[in-house]
Design a protein around this ligand. Structure first.
Ligand code: FES
Length: 106
């Protein structure tokens, strides 16, 4: 399955400026909708034991629910303390109202 497009979630389950969790082949993935586009990252924060899908999306930024560290959902870049390590991002595509994610080996 790695490197293949895998179904993640229906597009209508993710509201604008929101995030939803999706478990894909045992991976915890967060699916975002921002400015009409879809993005995907690992769901687990790189700082601690928290899931970004429980955080808040502001524009193209996700704020972690535990210590309010921020990541860019387009690039995965860590934007504010206490996070310093980027979050892994994945390609997404929209087809027939469904979001697909391309996982890859790291
Ligand atoms: S666990 Fe995410 S900022 Fe600390």
């Amino acid at each position: 399955m790695v490197n293949d497009w895998v179904f993640a979630i229906s597009a209508d389950e993710v509201e604008e400026e929101d995030v939803m969790p999706a478990e894909i082949d045992g991976w915890d993935i967060a699916i975002y909708r921002a400015k009409g586009k879809f993005y995907a990252t690992h769901d687990k924060c790189t700082h601690g034991d928290a899931y970004l899908s429980e955080g808040v999306v502001v524009g193209e930024v996700i704020e972690c629910p535990l210590h309010q560290g921020r990541f860019c959902i387009k690039t995965g870049k860590a934007l504010s303390a206490p996070v310093s390590k980027p979050i892994e991002i994945f390609e997404t595509k929209l087809e027939d109202g469904k979001i697909y994610v391309r996982l890859r080996e790291t």
